[in-house]
Design a protein around this ligand. Sequence first.
Ligand code: PLP
Length: 233
Amino acid sequence: MDTSSLAANWADVRRRVDDACRAAGRDPAEVSVLPVSKTFGPDVVRSALSLGLHRFGENKVQEIREKAAALAGEAIEWVVIGHLQTNKAKDVARLASEVQSLDRLELAEALHHRLDIEGRQIDVLIQVKTASEETKQGLAEEDLPGFLERLQAFPSLRVRGLMTLATLSDDPEEVRACFRRLRELRDRCVAEGHDMPRLSMGMSGDFPLAIAEGATEVRIGSAIFGRRSYPGV
Ligand SMILES: *Cc1c(COP(=O)(O)O)cnc(C)c1O
């Protein structure tokens, strides 16, 4: 995609996000967009950089490695949004600015160990399973309080909020229920004294519903970068 189409898509997405905020009675400044560059190469990321974007969501560590190498020297923050295998912790600790898909203790342990070696701290969001599909990843919501408790042993992981993927459904009420559930869980964490302001929820197909339910960040791939030639999941 050329830079002018990318610029037009980006402006359109930002405008639609702002519209969704206003429709929900929210200030557009409260909601950020995380561009999801998965499956798109370094040239596309470079075009996005020229538009002033600098933070990108990726779901495969191998892709972050390749793009980070090709774009060495650029000020880019790579955000991991996909299921993470524990054996990728070393690369994540070296390359990622943030992980939004923290979903189990074993992964937290591995990340903390590697971050400690690197002398780094990163922001993390806990991915919670709000959808009923077997294939959806995430911590079971009843495990959240205990998980938060145990994460206190890993100070290199700064827990900033929650992330989810809604159910894939034609019924907007079912999708919306996932987002509402995540907000309720976050509100409960905050009431219990956790500093967890962020809610990463909503993608190209469902972000207005997520914004209506309180998303502070929407993760947008195809609406910005175009259709992926392979699904990238
Ligand atoms: C791919 C992906 C997105 C973006 O999806 P689009 O429908 O292209 O906007 C958001 N979140 C996660 C976790 C993803 O894997």
